[in-house]
Ligand binder design. Structure first.
Ligand code: ZN
Length: 174
């Protein structure tokens, strides 16, 4: 167990990210608090964030491809898990062709948003499909178009409501 100051909780060690500069090799605050800290910092200075991300990408060309090469099985397993989750979350009795049509419409909308707003947009499941407490359905009425940044902050969080409005107070910077 390790204490996290911001949330005031004692948490399991796996709740902390790695940090090679500390004595115990773990970051001083938990992943949850770290996530909040990062999103607040982003909000304060998105340009700096983007610049640093760009610099990192330039300094580490092909990092994603390299990581894939180092451990292709891990990536393939992840992909399989995603396909499996989607399959399990899709009800047997929905009309698949109708389903497809609405999903394609939403995908097109996301592409349009990306083009017009010049920010990456994607289709998101409002209620996450593989949350520990709930499982959303892979159906059109559990889908929305949001920006990629908003989606990565929302990730698999669930606020207990059908709207699952994670990140709403973050409007204006996504
Ligand atoms: Zn914490």
């Amino acid at each position: 167990m390790k204490h996290c100051k911001p949330c005031g909780d004692n948490k399991k060690l796996c709740a902390f990210g790695k940090d090679k500069y500390t004595k115990d090799g773990l970051y001083h605050i938990c992943r949850n608090c770290r996530g909040k800290e990062v999103s607040i910092r982003y909000k304060l200075n998105p340009e700096r964030h983007k610049r640093r991300a760009n610099e990192w990408n330039k300094a580490n060309p092909g990092a994603g491809a390299r990581r894939y090469k180092e451990n292709p099985d891990k990536f393939k397993a992840k992909q399989r898990k995603r396909v499996d989750t989607l399959r399990r979350a899709t009800p047997q009795r929905v009309d698949r062709s109708d389903h497809r049509r609405v999903i394609n419409f939403l995908k097109g909308l996301a592409e349009k948003c990306t083009r017009i707003i010049k920010k990456q947009y994607c289709v998101d499941h409002i209620i996450p499909l593989d949350h520990k407490d709930v499982s959303g359905l892979n159906v059109p009425w559990d889908m929305q178009v949001i920006s990629l940044v908003e989606n990565s902050i929302k990730a698999k969080k669930f606020d207990g409501t059908y709207q699952n409005r994670f990140g709403e107070d973050r409007d204006g910077y996504t």
